[in-house]
Design a binder for this molecule. Structure first.
Ligand SMILES: Nc1nc2c(ncn2[C@@H]2O[C@H](COP(=O)(O)OP(=O)(O)O)[C@@H](O)[C@H]2O)c(=O)[nH]1
Ligand SMILES: [Mg+2]
Length: 224
């Protein structure tokens, strides 16, 4: 393998879909910036976040996260947004039964768009707002049954508390790339090299595939 090939880092496209107000933008912000914004701003257009994750054996993955914004399921841009995704996270709000019911439609749309892609994507069902346990209306049983009938990885987060957001993203990336990790590896919130947030205009839907910039690797920050 040439030096050039070794330096080329893996880039994955991850999309979040689900009803408005289920918490997609908040989850993205947690993942990319470790922040949470209480006010609800309906996302317009499409936001694009990226973060580099480190895995055992020096495997580096640049995760490009696409936040769908206010697109409805019938929106004309939705197919383009989902196209080419390696990981699909289906988000619903555990306190909102309708957002869970609508996951079925989001899943059908994603399967239709991604069917025929050379490598099938990894699908995760993500119940958000677990901090509001007392208001939960979607049972864990319903969540798990839906996952097993549709071959989805079950997961929960609270974007508000930040609880498990990074862990869920790391696990989805590891599953997609078939990286085997010990429990300690999964839980190691390591190597936050960079998190960037940028607006992508509609005509520029394909983000650039980046090569590793060696100068940036010197800024690896390990949190233990
Ligand atoms: N309590 C709680 N509120 C949340 C959580 N995630 C998002 N929210 C709130 O839910 C609303 C919608 O969130 P947003 O991320 O904009 O949803 P989106 O429309 O799916 O992108 C906002 O008021 C958020 O502050 C969470 O985990 N817990
Ligand atoms: Mg949003």
């Amino acid at each position: 393998m040439s030096d050039d090939e070794q330096d080329e880092e893996k880039v994955l496209k991850l999309v979040l879909v689900g009803d408005g107000a289920s918490g997609k933008t908040s989850i993205c912000q947690r993942f990319a910036k470790e922040t949470f914004d209480k006010a609800y701003h309906q996302t317009l257009g499409l936001d694009f976040f990226s973060r580099r994750l480190m895995f055992p054996n020096d495997v580096q993955v640049l995760v490009q996260v696409w936040d769908i914004g206010g697109q409805s399921i019938a929106g004309e841009m939705v197919d383009k947004y989902v196209n080419g995704a390696n990981i699909v996270i289906l988000v619903y709000d555990v306190t909102n039964g309708k957002s869970f019911d609508n996951v079925q439609d989001w899943l059908s749309l994603c399967r239709r768009v991604l069917d025929g892609q050379p490598k099938p994507p990894t699908f995760v069902l993500l119940g958000n707002k677990t901090d509001l346990e007392e208001k939960r209306v979607v049972s864990v049983e319903a969540h798990n049954t839906f996952c097993s009938s549709n071959e989805l990885t079950p997961a929960y987060v609270s974007a508000k508390s930040g609880d498990t957001v990074l862990l869920v993203f790391r696990q989805a990336v590891a599953d997609e790339l078939k990286i085997s990790m010990t429990k300690a590896d999964v839980e190691a919130d390591i190597a936050i090299v960079q998190g960037t947030v940028a607006e992508v205009v509609k005509s520029d839907m394909i983000p650039p595939v980046r090569k590793t910039d060696q100068s940036r690797n010197t800024s690896v920050c390990t949190i233990s």
